[in-house]
Design a protein around this ligand. Structure first.
Ligand SMILES: *[C@@H]1O[C@H](CO)[C@@H](O)[C@H](O)[C@H]1NC(C)=O
Ligand SMILES: [Cu+2]
Length: 243
């Protein structure tokens, strides 16, 4: 009987083939982290990557233009904890396939009910390769959690915050290489609605546009992690501090 071993093989390979990730929730400071999907997070339809840099999905993923009912209430200077998962959010080990080495970038934009396209984003945090380990692998070791401190002087108001896992395991070829259609960096962007309090004065003003600013030849998106390297520079602008 060949069918049994083949089935077993297929089932074994499946999680690797579709080993993606999605945001489960966002908490403030030491508050408990609750399920934010479809509540404060504009949860995408799937946990699949976005590779087309011209797609509106690159901004806030497949349901980026569908507002959700809640806002995470936070003050300038507070710490946000983002938690990612693969398929089962109740399984603390089901976070991200370890092949998915890469960066984690966080951006903010003035709130919109639209899909976030256009020159409206400002980078507030990034982690790439620290000389020893990739940000996504550290996130995995940390139970899927990523902490981001909001700028202390961030002006109050409603915002979208976009956190992106940028997996580079296929980025040894350009994402638009016609000979290697499976290759290219994999972006996993998820957006959360937040309402910032406090009396900060700084309005995020980088005006970054993902569809214009992320390019297939950018060394942050076209990078071979499998050969020795000295330094990795993520795509996008420098981190804005609001100071
Ligand atoms: C979020 O809402 C969409 C659209 O109604 C639905 O298809 C999806 O299953 C929901 N996701 C979760 C995690 O509830
Ligand atoms: Cu994947």
């Amino acid at each position: 009987m060949l069918s049994l071993p083949l089935t077993t093989l297929t089932l074994t390979l499946l999680p690797v083939v579709s080993a993606h990730t999605m945001l489960y929730g966002v908490s403030v400071n030491s508050e408990p982290l609750l399920d934010g999907r479809n509540r404060s997070i504009r949860t995408p339809l799937t946990n699949s990557p976005v590779k087309d840099l011209a797609s509106p999905d690159l901004v806030c993923n497949t349901r980026g233009g569908v507002p959700v009912p809640e806002f995470v209430e936070v003050n300038a200077g507070d710490t946000l904890t983002f938690r990612w998962f693969h398929w089962n959010p109740d399984d603390p080990n089901d976070i991200l396939d370890p092949s998915h080495k890469g960066a984690i970038l966080t951006y903010i934009a003035e709130y919109t009910e639209g899909d976030g396209r256009g020159p409206r984003w400002t980078k507030i945090h990034q982690e790439g390769f620290d000389g020893g380990e990739w940000a996504t692998i550290k996130m995995r070791a940390n139970g899927g959690r990523v902490q981001v401190e909001l700028p202390r002087n961030l002006a109050p108001g409603r915002y979208l915050i976009r956190q992106e896992l940028l997996a580079l395991h296929m980025a040894d070829f350009r994402g638009d290489d016609p000979e290697h259609p499976d290759k290219g960096a994999e972006s996993y962007p998820n957006c959360v609605q937040v309402e910032v309090g406090g009396n900060g004065k700084a309005r995020p003003d980088q005006g970054f546009d993902f569809n214009e600013g992320y390019t297939y030849g950018d060394k942050g998106l076209f990078f071979n992690i499998y050969i020795p390297f000295e330094k990795y520079t993520p795509p996008g602008p420098v981190v804005w501090t609001g100071e």
